[in-house]
Write a protein that binds this ligand. Structure first.
Ligand code: GLC
Length: 413
């Protein structure tokens, strides 16, 4: 029989949500003023675009399980043509090998892209490089990697300028007409992509393999700050979180990411299922989506999802409980994300007197059946009827499109 207390520990009351908001606001302030904080609050040297930028730009979007190269033509007045996109899978050997091999692979992909779209001998192309890891930027087109996250572990990159590494790799493959104009985090790309059309957009969020957010900081004249919220560590943890953290590649780091993002939700749910039901599935976050979206009477999709992850036989009661566990784990992630968004909005606009658009990209937000809905209902609990001033919207491929727009802003300077 399920131990109800086990699941209760993963529930987050409105009181706890308010505490998270307060702690997050304090950590943001500490991070900005150079005090010790789990929030890095990195200045990005990017401001929101005007919507008037025009021209043809290339972008690289790197930071999850897939790597994308795209070309975007901006028409001004907030309009752009549908981008040309190529997607490449990143194998384990690429993300855990040497810097030379990693950047060499990326340069090869750029070459394939240029060939496919007949851009090999085009005039100089400005490129926006989305690199979705904590980077200490020295300016718009350069910055050194602080640490890897999301199980990436390429040797020889930490402390080095990732733009220089990419530039050298492109030169080595004889790609001469591509100029790296800007470096950006994926959250910044997402915010910029949406605000090209929507002037109210002032928060960019990723909830995918990893999770993070950015916003324009008034104290810095509206420069966008990469919060690196995945490292936020003022959350009440359960025994499951501690176990997952201990077994991870980066114990003690990315505590919030481990409670929210796609890389980890399945691992937590698996630990809870093992503890409460004695079953040992190896759930991925996609499996949770299938299970939580299962509305059939006998939970047939849940049965086949469980079969896929090593549980060949289970009772209908067990399936019901597994579904309940998945809902609790993903629901907690959604509520934590909503609380942190609320803290960022409060920092910009204490009384919620303006409209705000929150642009979100990432597989969990896009594909999970209830994550987005749970975030919205949590914002309603926090702000009451004023929550209708907050529009949360999907910014599909925002990180790549945004990098192209950032390159455009840089090129126009
Ligand atoms: C990780 C990275 C961060 C990125 C996020 C989403 O948290 O550290 O830079 O924005 O994943 O991809």
């Amino acid at each position: 029989m399920i131990d109800p207390r086990g699941l209760d520990r993963l529930d987050i009351s409105l009181g706890q949500i308010r505490r998270i908001i307060r702690d997050f606001e304090l950590e943001m302030e500490r991070g900005l003023s150079g005090q010790k904080s789990s929030l890095k609050m990195i200045p990005t040297y990017v401001s929101r675009p005007t919507g008037k930028e025009i021209g043809k730009f290339i972008a690289l979007d790197l930071g999850g399980t897939h790597f994308r190269v795209l070309e975007l033509t901006l028409k001004g007045a907030g309009r752009a043509l549908e981008p040309k996109i190529m997607k490449f899978a990143l194998a384990k050997k690429h993300i855990t090998g040497s810097a030379e091999m990693f950047f060499g692979f990326i340069a090869d992909c750029v070459k394939v892209f240029l060939k496919k779209y007949k851009l090999e001998s085009a005039d100089e192309l400005d490129l926006g490089f989305t690199f979705s890891f904590p980077v200490k930027q020295a300016g718009l087109a350069g910055g050194s990697l602080v640490c890897w996250t999301k199980d990436f572990n390429v040797r020889g990159v930490i402390g080095n300028d990732v733009v220089e590494l990419l530039r050298a790799a492109l030169a080595k493959k004889d790609i001469r007409n591509v100029k790296i104009a800007a470096l950006a985090n994926d959250t910044v790309g997402t915010l910029v992509a949406k605000s090209y059309r929507d002037r109210n957009c002032d928060v960019g969020v990723i909830i995918g393999t990893g999770t993070n957010a950015c916003y324009p900081e008034a104290r810095l004249g509206g420069m966008i700050i990469n919060v690196e919220w995945g490292d936020f560590d003022k959350l009440k943890l359960t025994a499951y979180d501690r176990k997952l953290d201990k077994k991870s590649d980066n114990p003690g780091r990315q505590i919030m990411e481990k409670a929210v993002s796609g890389m980890y939700l399945g691992r937590i749910a698996s630990l809870v299922v093992k503890d409460l039901l004695g079953l040992k599935p190896k759930l991925k976050t996609e499996d949770m989506s299938a299970i939580e979206g299962d509305h059939s009477a006998g939970l047939a999709k849940t049965a086949s999802a469980l079969k896929k992850v090593g549980i060949a036989k289970c009772t209908s009661e067990e399936r019901r409980q597994v579904k309940n566990i998945c809902e609790t784990v993903s629901g907690r992630g959604a509520r934590i994300s909503a609380a942190c968004i609320a803290a960022i909005i409060k920092r910009m606009d204490t009384n919620l007197s303006r409209r705000h658009t929150v642009a979100i990209d990432g597989s969990v937000y896009e594909k999970h059946p209830t994550f987005a809905k749970n975030m919205k209902s949590c914002l309603k609990e926090i702000f009451g009827s004023k929550s209708n001033r907050i529009k949360i919207t999907l910014a599909k491929d925002g990180s790549g499109r945004g990098a192209a727009i950032i390159a455009a802003v840089a090129a126009s300077r």
